[in-house]
Write a new protein. Structure first.
Length: 199
């Protein structure tokens, strides 16, 4: 049975700090590992065009960031991709089979809240051990059974059915977030939020 885990973590958040220094709000929409050392993040940047440009330039100069570039702008903000060395929390979780529900790097609070789903309770202990090795303080808030159907709307159930049918949850994925968005008629940023809330 799947478990939902909530942790409190105290970790540096250079992405949000960089965005805030440039008068931009940054939120991580989705992320994927590229290899053992790097990952790619789809982020939404909310701010004026000038502030967003300054933020992207500052992100490009951040330690550990390989690339940062704008993809598109719409009513919900500017979407950008960041290719970077895995942050500490992400490195700690690579040893486990988890699915993140809330990214601690989206939190403006300290300590940040990190929620994820796992099937193996042993993953929690391994993640806690790895967080300690990364120098990140963490505390388990809650471990509870995952009730997948309690809060799903009809729209979410339909989106999940299309996602499953088209291989979104397979590894490797048979369809991208953008491709799935075109199929269900939902923008990628909004779709990612729906998928995370359902997952």
């Amino acid at each position: 049975m799947f478990k939902q885990v909530s942790l409190e973590v105290k970790s540096r958040n250079d992405l949000l700090a960089t965005a805030k220094m440039n008068d931009t709000k940054l939120s991580i929409v989705d992320c994927r590992p590229l290899d053992r050392e790097e990952m790619v993040m789809l982020v939404n940047l909310d701010g004026t065009a000038g502030a967003v440009s300054r933020t992207i330039a500052a992100l490009q100069n951040m330690k550990g960031v390989r690339q940062a570039y704008k993809i598109e702008s719409d009513a919900e903000g500017t979407q950008a991709l960041i290719i970077l060395a895995k942050p500490g929390v992400c490195r700690a979780s690579t040893v486990a089979s988890i699915l993140c529900l809330d990214c601690p790097y989206n939190s403006t609070e300290m300590p940040a809240r990190w929620r994820f789903v796992t099937k193996r309770t042993s993953d929690v202990g391994e993640i806690m051990k790895r967080l300690g090795e990364e120098g990140i303080q963490a505390r388990v808030e809650d471990i509870s059974p995952l009730d997948k159907n309690a809060t799903m709307t009809q729209e979410e159930k339909g989106i999940i059915a299309v996602a499953i049918e088209n291989g979104y949850f397979e590894f490797p994925r048979r369809i991208t977030l953008e491709g799935l968005g075109r199929l269900v008629g939902v923008e990628p940023a909004s779709l990612s939020k729906i998928l995370r809330s359902v997952e």
